[in-house]
Design a protein around this ligand. Structure first.
Ligand code: SF4
Length: 204
């Protein structure tokens, strides 16, 4: 029996140096400003970034399903996110952050997992009490006050359909993608673009 860190060490040894440059989804956007400033109305992101700024630490769900997940569906460069983790966490070593962030968190390589850990606000709401105190509505995908996670999630699946549709365990998610009509997609695309603009100019 081995622990997670031993497994990460093994993946790192097997997958470097390719993992250090992997970007199979070709994601190149700058991280949202809020990762550097902590200044955002998104309670989950504000709290998670705040924990890193204050303590150099955030727990597993915040790392994977808030910080990495949001950067993933936003389309951020996985290696900028990796550098951000490396700068912020007291327990960051290259062999720890790279498999966790580049492999598991952003699916920049399939060396570690067979599907991306992408989710909408449903997951954050199920795993935390952040949404109840957030000015964004976790139940809304488009329109005023819609949670940024939701439109980005669908937009991410649509943008990366060619790579992800046939990937293991993605069938259910793509059945929901297929169930949306043109009008819904237009609204999702518009909201996702708006969220990315807000992320870039620090107004999320
Ligand atoms: S509503 Fe959205 S932004 Fe707000 S805490 Fe929930 S998941 Fe985060």
């Amino acid at each position: 029996m081995i622990g997670w860190r031993e497994f990460m060490r093994h993946v790192y040894r097997e997958s470097m140096p390719a993992m250090g440059e992997a970007n199979q989804l070709d994601q190149t956007r700058d991280l949202p400003e809020a990762y550097w400033t902590g200044d955002t109305d998104m309670v989950c992101l504000s709290e998670a970034v705040g924990h890193v700024r204050d303590h150099g630490y955030a727990h597993h769900i915040e790392r994977l399903m808030v910080l990495a997940n949001f950067a993933l569906i936003y389309g951020a460069d996985p290696h900028e996110l990796n550098r951000w983790f490396h700068l912020g966490f007291v327990d960051a070593f290259h062999w720890v952050t790279t498999p966790n962030v580049v492999g598991m968190g952003t699916f920049a390589t399939d060396a570690l997992s067979s599907k991306p850990y992408a989710s909408s606000a449903n997951y954050v709401n199920g795993m935390s009490d952040y949404c109840s105190g957030c000015p964004y509505y976790h139940t809304k995908t488009t329109g005023e006050g819609a949670c940024p996670f939701n439109a980005l999630y669908w937009d991410f699946l649509k943008d990366n359909e060619e790579t992800l549709r046939g990937t293991g365990r993605m069938g259910l998610m793509y059945s929901h993608v297929d169930g949306k009509d043109d009008e819904e997609w237009a609204a999702i695309r518009e909201r996702a673009a708006e969220v990315r603009e807000m992320g870039a100019d620090g107004t999320l």
